[in-house]
Design a protein around this ligand. Structure first.
Ligand code: G3P
Ligand code: CA
Length: 296
């Protein structure tokens, strides 16, 4: 069975090894191998693990009773058999839902009976399954809504020894959230997520969702340096509705400012090949198997 890139040793040495590994190309399994199995479920992560992804990507949110669960959307509508805001559900209520059958209905060609009844899982359950020798790329998803999210997350990671093991990258669109994480533990590698899109319909001018940088055509070394002050990398979209928002110049400029560039969410082989040609440092993909075939 293929294994994820592992950390050896403990403490500073392991984090150094992690930072060194981040200089190489990283295959980041977006919500697990979510092209093959229901996203954010144990079958999806197990597939990504077995394929040999470098990182398991997961989005963290908080339940009504303050537990950290792994789910992307603010509501349970799309990926379970229920409806309503996730924050209205207790953990027990969430875990009574079926988070797998929707995938079979939506993807009959990839359906498996094993996916039926797949459960929403906690961060602890993911760590229990894959341990401290696996690397996790964790997004603080509901940071604005849950002001204690970062403290809870860092408590969990610290209790499990994951940060010292060099096993975690924390990513967020929220700069505030990343700075909160850094104030709790300055050693954990951070990635600033950005999303570029046109400022209005029919406009060619791109802006960034939270304003953390200007649009790519206006971005300067100083903008990248400001991110480098707290983060090791930038995670960016490649396109907006099929039109590219970044180019090779953006990638090279970020890298010249000592930022790794990880691009989401790349599922098509031609796009993977284009980005590899630009020299990006990693990609988030629902199909880690495709990207691994191209890069190893
Ligand atoms: O975390 C990178 C990428 O996953 C961001 O987009 O919406 O899939 O969380 P999203
Ligand atoms: Ca994410």
């Amino acid at each position: 069975m293929a294994t994820l890139m592992t950390s050896t040793g403990a403490g500073a040495n392991s984090i150094e090894q992690q930072l060194e590994a981040l200089q190489d190309f990283q295959v980041i399994a977006h919500r697990g191998a979510s092209g093959h199995a229901p996203e954010h479920t144990l079958p999806a992560w197990q597939m990504a693990y077995d394929m040999g992804a470098d990182y398991l990507e997961l989005d963290i949110q908080m339940t009504a009773d303050g537990r950290l669960v792994v789910l992307h959307d603010e509501t349970v509508d799309r990926t379970t058999n229920a409806e309503g805001p996730l924050q209205d559900y207790t953990l027990a209520e969430l875990q009574s839902l079926d988070a797998g059958s929707w995938f079979n209905d939506a993807n009959p060609d990839r359906a498996q009976s094993a996916f039926e009844g797949a459960r929403v899982v906690t961060l602890d359950e993911v760590i229990d399954r894959f341990g401290t020798q696996t690397r996790y790329y964790i997004e603080t998803k509901s940071a604005e809504r849950d002001p204690t999210l970062e403290a809870e997350l860092m408590d969990t990671l610290s209790d499990r020894g994951l940060i010292e093991a060099g096993a975690v990258v924390i990513q967020s669109f929220s700069q505030d959230s990343l700075l909160k994480v850094k104030s709790i533990n300055p050693d954990v590698p951070l990635v600033q997520l950005v999303w570029y899109y046109p400022e209005s319909e029919d406009s060619d001018t791109l802006i960034e969702w939270t304003g953390v940088t200007p649009g790519p055509s206006a971005i300067t070394d100083a903008d990248f340096e400001a991110i480098r002050d707290y983060a090791v990398g930038i995670g960016t979209n490649l396109d907006y509705q099929g039109d590219a928002v970044i180019d090779e110049t953006f990638v090279k400029q970020a890298q010249a400012n000592d930022l790794r560039v990880h691009v989401y969410t790349i599922n098509d082989i031609p796009a993977m090949e284009q980005l590899l040609g630009w020299g990006v440092d990693g990609m988030f993909t629902d199909y880690p198997d495709r990207l691994i075939r191209l890069t190893r």
